[in-house]
Design a protein around this ligand. Structure first.
Ligand SMILES: Cc1cc2nc3c(=O)[nH]c(=O)nc-3n(C[C@H](O)[C@H](O)[C@H](O)COP(=O)(O)O)c2cc1C
Ligand SMILES: O=C(O)C(=O)c1ccccc1
Length: 353
């Protein structure tokens, strides 16, 4: 699917999707860390009637997956987020709407997908609150505040290419301003410049508590890696955290999520839900995430590959592949359900049990 997507997208769009920050060490390490996790399968467990059904963010799901918030999907397909969300609705998987989505939250919600609204901390607090109101009115099931982007990571592919969004790729929920803002200039990413104007790097735990206080929706914090931050997230009233390094797009050199996850799960000690993303590429990775203590995962780039390669049916194909792989891996690991998957033992290749 990745190869098919690469063949259909422009160089700019491909750099934007595929790129990480700096030397892309963290981006590569995300995959390697999941690869190094070893599962201890159980045997002679009746898995004939197995199910991957569970609840995520208060929503019933057939598989423990949600669509990661990803900006500017019309860059990859004319229908953009509406196509991805239609496939998510068909799969019964929640769709997290990026604050930088190129389709409106109302259009996305109209697909019938369960939605969660992702937010960045904006300099314009009025616009920030307005978006919360829109998310509530559109029926979003939760808010997801991304806490790992005081500024956009140094995306060298985008800088070298002089990345500029086409006029069709706008932040549709922010008034659509800023699309195609001028000619490309080598050494500068227009997306990075645009976000610098919008995003407020002063976010603190007091602000998180304020966000908690202005909505009754469940609050998810995305971008937690340190167990102390996980505990602070609980103190601030978070209902869930996403262990994430933003797909290796923020701090290059940050720890891989499969490595960071167990300590966060310990620190949370059941006080809120723990999700994980960054490097999930198939059903076995999902099973590993569960075995490491996650309640579920966000799927990122693979869904964009499906979108670019084949629109909504392409996204459906990716959901189907990951779901089939998960069900098969659960059978082979002796797991009739998600709870048993979360009790599987793991070790790390090269390390002890
Ligand atoms: C093209 C692209 C756009 C993204 N946009 C956002 C965004 O708007 N908000 C956000 O919180 N995370 C964003 N992310 C990060 C994803 O939500 C997720 O953390 C990451 O993609 C997971 O890594 P993986 O895709 O390698 O699995 C974006 C990621 C990509 C690849
Ligand atoms: O690319 C990203 O990872 C991302 O989070 C983002 C944020 C704002 C605009 C475009 C992308």
């Amino acid at each position: 699917m990745r190869a098919a997507a690469g063949a259909t997208t422009t160089a700019d769009a491909w750099n934007f999707v595929e790129g990480g920050s700096g030397g892309e060490h963290t981006m590569r390490e995300n995959g390697l860390a999941f690869d190094r996790v070893r599962l201890l399968p159980r045997v002679a467990v009746d898995v004939a009637g197995r199910t991957a059904r569970t609840r995520l963010l208060g929503l019933p799901v057939p598989v423990p997956l949600a669509v990661a918030p990803m900006a500017y999907q019309t860059w990859l397909h004319p229908d953009g987020e509406v196509a991805t969300a239609a496939a998510a609705a068909a799969a019964g998987v929640p769709f997290v709407v990026s604050m930088m989505a190129s389709r409106t939250v109302e259009d996305i919600a109209a697909t019938g997908a369960a939605t969660v609204m992702q937010l960045y901390w904006l300099r314009d607090r009025g616009l920030f609150r307005e978006l919360i109101g829109r998310a509530e009115a559109a029926g979003c099931a939760a808010l997801m505040l991304t806490v790992d982007v005081p500024l956009l990571g140094r995306r060298l592919r985008d800088m070298r290419g002089g990345l500029v969004r086409p006029a069709t790729v706008v932040a549709a929920n922010l008034g659509g301003a800023g699309g195609g803002a001028g000619a490309g200039r080598a050494g500068r990413s227009e997306v990075a410049l645009h976000t610098k104007v919008l995003f407020d790097p002063s976010l603190s735990w007091a602000d998180v508590a304020w966000v908690r206080s202005v909505t009754r929706l469940p609050l998810v914090l995305k971008g937690i890696l340190d167990p102390d931050d996980a505990a602070l997230a609980v103190d601030a009233g978070a209902d869930a955290v996403v262990v994430s390094n933003h797909g290796g797009r923020q701090l290059d050199g940050a720890v891989a999520t499969a490595t960071a996850l167990p300590a966060v799960v310990d620190a949370i000690a059941g006080r809120c839900e723990v999700l994980v993303d960054s490097g999930i590429r198939g059903g076995v990775d999902v099973l590993k995430a569960l075995a490491l203590g996650a309640a579920g995962v966000l799927v990122g780039r693979p869904l964009l590959w499906g979108l670019a390669a084949g629109g909504a049916p392409g996204v459906t194909r990716v959901f189907d592949l990951i779901s089939e792989e998960l069900h098969e891996a659960m059978a082979l690991a002796g797991c009739p359900d998600v709870d048993s998957a979360r009790r599987l033992r793991t070790s790390v290749a090269g390390g002890g049990c």
